[in-house]
Design a protein around this ligand. Structure first.
Ligand code: NAD
Length: 497
């Protein structure tokens, strides 16, 4: 049964002003309509921004530990509803159930982590150079934030933005992807049930072109946190990076695993399978390139292909499924186009390459796990983000060559190396130009207590998630206080005669 979904504006669930709707469908079976959602327009965005603005002052003045208590309750609600929400994520986005549950777990982890920040949010106190004077710095919220998220982590990525934004004292207007609006709505409902005051979180559904840009560039929006493609991120950063608006973007990737001769090859194959075909390759950190040291190249390709052949495609809710569908028709076409491009460029198609059309697949967007070998760094399939189950295998003469190949990408999100040599791992750690580097693990699997984000075309502005240099920097600005209790005019840096 299709659920009827509403926008949340100023604490009231409501339809779009113009009454138009969009459908969210199950990518494993497009006859299954998951929800009918508002197709909002600028008028809805205006009202949501206005509601967030009105709620800001009271929320800013709510003590952070109190904000933390509400977020802690949200974490508890999420935990209680993990199974049903995980199933919804799978039904709406297509990833297999274990990953749907993992998606929700990440949201839970972030909620607990940020709830704790309510009692930290620390700044500095430092001595003054003058007597009877003290100095400190502390974090203050930025104001009203626009949060714009993609479809591939329907609850985790929104949670990565909503919880740090709220604990910091901002109010938000959240626009989720129009491909996963029902999961996003359920997440917001659970946060509201935890006791968030009206207007602090507002949810507006709609497409990127109709309302995304309008929201991001809205004059009453103080900050934008965007996750999605590099094309859109770059466009928004040019439009929003003004003197009175902050923007941070987490964007695409062309992540690579290096496999050295001295690496544990079995483990490397397992890592390449999980990194390349997990979430059907639709992760920003997916291992879409594997760069293999020449002496083990042929053996690696053979075993990797043999193991990939064993993966079962299907509906993510079926527990036998290893790989689910692609999200939509456009993504299906893009992946199939890239497979043709790879063939034309002269790469060797080792396995896969086709859409599945048997009865049980024909209502979904299923493409076989695909491996291209003998890929060279200049080929488009080695350079461009495909965002599907397509892995390019490249050959490297030595470690230096492998690192150069990885770094030749215009993206810089995640990389990995399989090696048992401590020196090689240290060099890789130092020289791989990506925001995240894994040693003896694939390119996916970030944990929320550390900053998350990439270099080059993968990331712009502040990083997400926890730890020093993480999302609190995105959602706060520093204020510095000098308090003089000397009862006289003291002049810093001035030497009195
Ligand atoms: P997308 O850029 O098409 O859309 C992302 C969001 O932006 C959606 O909510 C969409 O409606 C909105 N949007 C689209 N056009 C817009 C515009 N002109 N103005 C404002 N908003 C607009 O990306 P997608 O297809 O939803 O997601 C896949 C992409 O996201 C991939 O490139 C992937 O690598 C990237 N991604 C990055 C990370 C990361 O943390 N680095 C995480 C997940 C996904």
């Amino acid at each position: 049964m299709a659920e009827e979904i509403k926008n949340l504006i100023g604490g009231r669930w409501q339809a779009a002003a113009e009454g138009k709707t969009l459908k969210s469908v199950n990518p494993a079976d497009t006859d299954d309509v998951v929800g009918v959602v508002p197709a909002s327009t600028g008028a809805d965005v205006d009202r949501a921004v206005d509601a967030a603005r009105k709620a800001f002052n009271a929320w800013r003045l709510t003590p952070p530990p109190k904000r933390g208590e509400i977020i802690f309750r949200a974490a508890e609600h999420l935990l209680k509803n993990k199974d049903s929400l995980g199933e919804l994520v799978t039904r709406e986005m297509g990833k297999i159930l274990k990953e749907g549950l993992g998606d929700v777990q990440e949201a839970i982890d972030m909620a607990y982590y940020m709830a704790g920040e309510g009692r930290r949010l620390s700044g500095e106190t430092v001595p003054s150079e003058l007597a009877d004077k003290d100095c400190k710095s502390f974090r203050v919220p930025i104001g009203v934030f626009a949060l714009i998220t993609p479809w591939n982590f329907p609850t985790a990525i929104p949670a990565w933005k909503i919880f740090p934004a709220l604990i910091s004292g901002n109010t938000v207007v959240f626009k989720p992807s129009s491909y996963t609006p029902v999961s996003a709505t359920r997440l917001v409902e659970l946060i509201v049930e935890a006791g968030i005051p009206a207007g602090v979180i507002n949810l507006v559904h709609g497409t990127g072109t109709e309302i995304g840009e309008y929201l991001a560039t809205h004059p009453a929006i103080d900050g934008v946190s965007f996750t999605g493609s590099s094309v859109v991120g770059e466009k928004l950063s040019k439009m929003c990076g003004t003197i009175d608006k902050e923007i941070s973007c987490e964007m695409g990737g062309k992540n690579a695993i290096i496999v050295m001769e001295d690496g544990n090859l079995e483990l490397a194959v397992e890592g390449a399978l999980w990194g390349g075909f997990g979430t059907t390759g639709q992760r920003c950190t997916a291992a879409s390139r594997v760069v293999v040291h020449e002496p083990v190249y042929d053996g690696f390709v053979k075993t990797f292909a043999a193991e990939a052949e064993k993966l079962t495609l299907g509906d993510g809710l079926n527990e036998k499924t290893d790989v689910g569908p692609l999200i939509n028709e456009a993504q299906l076409k893009k992946v199939l186009d890239y497979i043709e491009i790879g063939k034309k460029e002269g790469a060797r198609l080792v396995i896969g390459g086709k859409r599945l059309t048997a009865d049980k697949y024909k209502k979904g967007f299923f493409v076989e796990p695909t491996i291209f070998a003998d890929v060279t760094p200049d080929m488009r399939i080695a350079r461009e983000e495909i965002f599907g189950p397509v892995v390019s295998v490249l050959k490297a003469g030595d470690l230096k060559d492998a690192i150069e190949i990885v770094n030749s990408s215009e993206y810089g999100l995640s990389s990995a190396i399989y090696t048992q040599d401590v020196n090689s791992s240290a060099v890789a750690e130092r020289d791989l130009d990506t925001g995240i580097v894994y040693i003896n693990a694939p390119t996916i699997g970030a944990e929320i207590q550390l900053p998350f984000g990439g270099t080059k075309k993968s990331g712009l502005g502040h990083k997400e998630a926890g730890g020093r240099g993480g999302a609190l920097d995105m959602f706060t600005k520093w204020k510095v206080i000098y308090r003089d209790f000397s009862n006289m005019l003291q002049k810093a840096q001035i030497t009195e005669e």
